[in-house]
Design a protein around this ligand. Structure first.
Ligand SMILES: Nc1ncnc2c1ncn2[C@@H]1O[C@H](COP(=O)(O)OP(=O)(O)O)[C@@H](O)[C@H]1O
Ligand SMILES: [Mg+2]
Length: 249
């Protein structure tokens, strides 16, 4: 049995939003709305594998990722990263959360330097150059990020996630909104990495191209989990979910 990189047990995350804070008669008119974003979720991710998490909008993918990365705290359940609590393992995780987690009013270089110092990366200058070379954005390294194209921003956010050479890479919709050429490049970069990878996507092709296993999430729950050979089954279920959502509208 390969080593487990991430263990998720019976995980649940609820969000409570305030509907009417002035309403004192809770019994008749609820003051809060509870959204269950992640529900009874169990999953093991093994060292070295790439696992794709597929699911429609609102399925809970981003919430799950935020829980794994220690950005959110679970309502209940347990997460272990290399047998340790999330808090103790942040250094082992590289996170790409859309185009977030970078400073637009700084240069690409300064962004990477900033995070390199947070992670205490030795010899950060050569690490930055190595990543800029690898992901082909050397020419833009000293420009302000606010002037970057979406593609260059993606490359920078991927480099940011990898600056401290973490063992686990977590990517939330890494190619969302990118044109075909750039998303192909980003997929190529991801494919070339020798890491444990969890990525979310709602592009079936992306999951098919990159992943060893694929999980389907719907309404906070894990509804399917299959090896590469059975991707078609998962994609079928995913398509059915899509039809269900469309017919509801
Ligand atoms: N901070 C939040 N506060 C309240 N509800 C939230 C919050 N973040 C996400 N949700 C809700 O949780 C559910 C799952 O959202 P999300 O994890 O973003 O799904 P996905 O990434 O699969 O599209 C949605 O119903 C969403 O509206
Ligand atoms: Mg999301």
């Amino acid at each position: 049995m390969p080593e487990k990189a991430i263990e998720i047990k019976n995980l649940r995350k609820e969000f409570r939003s305030s509907l009417n804070p002035l309403n004192l008669v809770e019994f008749f008119f609820p003051r809060h709305k509870t959204t269950v974003a992640v529900d009874s979720f169990d999953l093991d991710i093994f060292k070295g594998e790439t696992l794709g998490l597929l699911g429609p909008n609102g399925a809970g993918k981003t919430t799950l990722i935020k829980l794994l990365a220690g950005i959110l705290y679970p309502t209940s359940g347990e997460i272990k990263i290399f047998q340790r609590p999330v808090d103790e393992q942040k250094i082992n995780i590289g996170l790409m959360l859309g185009y977030g987690l970078i400073y637009y009013r700084m240069t690409g270089y300064d962004n990477l330097k900033y995070f390199a110092r947070i992670y205490r990366v030795k010899d950060f200058d050569s690490r930055i150059m190595e990543l800029a070379e690898l992901f082909d954005f050397k020419d833009y390294l000293y420009d302000y990020v606010e002037n970057y194209s979406l593609g260059t921003k993606s490359k920078l956010t991927l480099a940011r996630a990898l600056i401290h050479d973490p063992e686990i890479l977590i990517l939330d919709e890494p190619t969302l909104g990118l044109d075909i050429n750039v998303s192909e490049k980003i997929r190529k970069y991801i494919k070339g990495l020798d890491k444990t990878i969890l990525l979310t996507t709602h592009y079936e092709k992306e999951a098919q191209e990159l992943c060893d296993r694929i999980a389907l999430m719907s309404e906070g729950r894990l509804v399917k989990l299959e090896q590469k050979e059975k991707f078609d089954e998962v994609i079928n279920s995913f398509t059915k979910l899509g039809e269900k959502h469309v017919s509801v509208k």
